[in-house]
Write a protein that binds this ligand. Structure first.
Ligand code: SF4
Ligand code: SF4
Length: 381
C-alpha cells in the first residue's frame, strides 16, 4: 500500500506490535454511517431496507466512538453513499484530528458539489467507485453516464491536491482484456486501484453475475498475466492478496481485521455477512463464535475471496513471512502452474436466513426511539 510515510508507519507499527503479541486486531474500521444511496446498483447488498432504516444516520459522536472503541489505525467510510450524510466533512475532519487514515468511498455523483468542504491531507483519500471501463461500470451501477462523472471527479480531486484511489469490484462478466486496459488507463491517470471480486450478497438484486472461487482465480490469473504478473499496475492491495486471488495461496479469512460499524451496531461476523448486531466492539470480539464462519464452515462464505475478509490474512503473512511478501512484490504474481489447494466445502453448515427478523427488530427499535421519524418514513413509503 503506497501511503504517505507518516500514516504508513503508524499502520505498520500497529500491525507488527499486535501480530507479535498474537492479538486479534482490526486494521481498518469499516463504517457505514448511513445506508441510503443515490444509486441502486444491482450487485449491491447494502441498500435493500425500508425507508425508516434508510433514513437512519450515525451521529458524529457515534463515528468517533467507533474508532476509539476498536482502535483501528484507519477507517474506510462507505454506506450507502457517504456524501449524502450532512456531517460527513466534520466526521472526516474528526478522524484526521485523531491521526486516523481516512478512506472516503463514494460513487462520486456528489463529489463536485461537496469537494469544497474537504481539505487535502496525508491522512485523507478519496476512493472513487469505478467497476472497470465505461461499459463495465455503467452496467454495474445500472446508470449511463456515471463512469464519465466519476472520471471527471477523479481529475478534479487530483487537481485540487487530494490523494485519490479507485475501488473496483469485479463480476463474472468482466473480461481479462478489458480489466487490463482499464488498469493501464488508471495507471496513466496516476491513481491506484483497490480491487476485489464481489461478494454474492443474498439481498442483491442481481444474483447471476457474482464470481465463484474457481472462476475468480482463473479470471485474475488471465488478467494479471496481461500486466506482467500485475507489476505494471498500481494496486493498494497487498501483493500477497493479489497472489491469493490468482489461486497461489490457500487463505482462511480474518473477519475481525475489517470490522463493520453500521447504523444497527457492530455487525457479526464481518462486513459481508450480517448475522446479528451488538453494541460494542468488545462484544463483537468476545461474543462472536468465529469458528462458525469462513470458507468451508458456512454456506454464505463459500465463494468469498473479498479483500475485507482476506487482506488481513495477507497482511499477517507479510509480517510473519516478509520474504514471501518481498518475493511476490519483486517477481509479480504467478499466473501459471498448479494452484494452491482450495478449502473443502463438504462440511459447511447450511445458511440461516436472518434478514427479515433483523429488519423487524431494527424497525421496532426505531419505532420506540423515534416515533415521529418512523411515522414519517412509513407514511412516505
Ligand atoms: S454499490 Fe455503492 S453506489 Fe452502488 S448502490 Fe450500493 S452503496 Fe450505492
Ligand atoms: S469468508 Fe470470512 S470474510 Fe468472507 S463472508 Fe465469510 S466470514 Fe465474512
Amino acid at each position: 500500500m503506497s501511503l504517505p510515510m507518516a500514516p504508513m508507519l503508524r499502520i505498520a507499527k500497529h500491525a507488527i506490535t499486535k501480530t507479535i503479541k498474537g492479538d486479534k486486531f482490526p486494521l481498518v474500521l469499516m463504517l457505514e454511517p448511513l445506508l441510503r444511496c443515490n444509486l441502486a446498483c444491482p450487485g449491491c447488498g447494502k441498500i435493500d431496507y425500508p425507508d425508516a432504516i434508510l433514513n437512519r444516520r450515525l451521529s458524529f459522536q457515534e463515528c468517533m466512538d467507533a474508532i476509539e472503541d476498536c482502535g483501528a489505525p484507519a477507517v474506510s467510510i462507505a454506506g450507502g453513499e457517504p456524501l449524502l450524510h450532512r456531517e460527513m466533512a466534520k466526521i472526516v475532519k474528526g478522524y484526521i484530528e485523531r491521526k486516523k487514515f481516512v478512506i472516503l468511498c463514494t460513487n462520486a455523483l456528489l463529489l463536485k458539489k461537496k469537494i469544497a468542504e474537504y481539505e487535502p491531507s496525508p491522512y485523507f483519500t478519496w476512493s472513487i467507485h469505478l467497476d472497470g471501463d465505461k461499459q463495465m461500470h455503467d452496467k454495474a451501477v445500472d446508470q449511463d453516464g456515471t463512469y464519465d462523472v466519476a472520471l471527471e471527479a477523479i481529475k478534479l480531486a487530483k487537481e485540487k491536491g487530494f490523494r485519490v484511489q479507485v475501488n473496483c469490484t469485479v463480476f463474472n462478466d468482466a473480461s481479462p482484456e478489458s480489466l487490463a486496459t482499464f488498469m493501464d488507463h488508471m495507471t496513466s491517470l496516476g491513481v491506484e486501484v483497490t480491487i476485489s471480486p464481489g461478494y454474492a450478497y443474498e439481498r442483491a438484486a442481481d444474483q447471476e453475475h457474482f464470481l465463484n472461487r474457481e472462476k475468480t482465480k482463473n479470471l485474475f490469473r488471465e488478467f494479471f498475466a496481461r500486466g506482467n504478473g500485475a507489476k505494471n499496475w498500481k494496486f493498494t492491495n497487498s501483493p500477497l492478496f493479489l497472489d491469493f486471488l490468482a489461486g497461489n495461496r490457500s487463505y482462511e479469512c480474518t473477519p475481525w481485521s475489517m470490522p463493520l460499524r453500521t447504523v444497527f451496531g457492530w455487525q457479526k461476523p464481518c462486513y459481508l455477512v450480517g448475522e446479528g448486531y451488538v453494541e460494542t466492539f468488545a462484544e463483537l470480539m468476545e461474543g462472536t463464535d468465529w469458528e462458525q464462519y469462513g470458507v468451508g464452515k458456512y454456506e454464505k462464505c463459500a465463494n468469498c475471496m473479498v479483500h475485507c475478509g482476506f487482506e488481513g490474512t495477507a497482511a499477517r503473512e507479510g509480517i510473519v513471512r516478509p520474504l514471501e511478501f518481498m518475493k511476490v512484490a519483486m517477481k509479480g504474481v504467478k499466473t501459471d502452474g498448479p494452484m494452491a489447494p482450495d478449502i473443502d466445502l463438504s462440511k459447511q453448515r447450511r445458511a440461516v436466513d436472518v434478514h427479515a427478523t433483523q429488519v423487524e427488530q431494527e424497525l421496532e427499535k426505531i419505532r420506540i426511539s423515534d416515533p415521529e421519524g418512523y411515522r414519517r418514513a412509513t407514511r412516505a413509503a
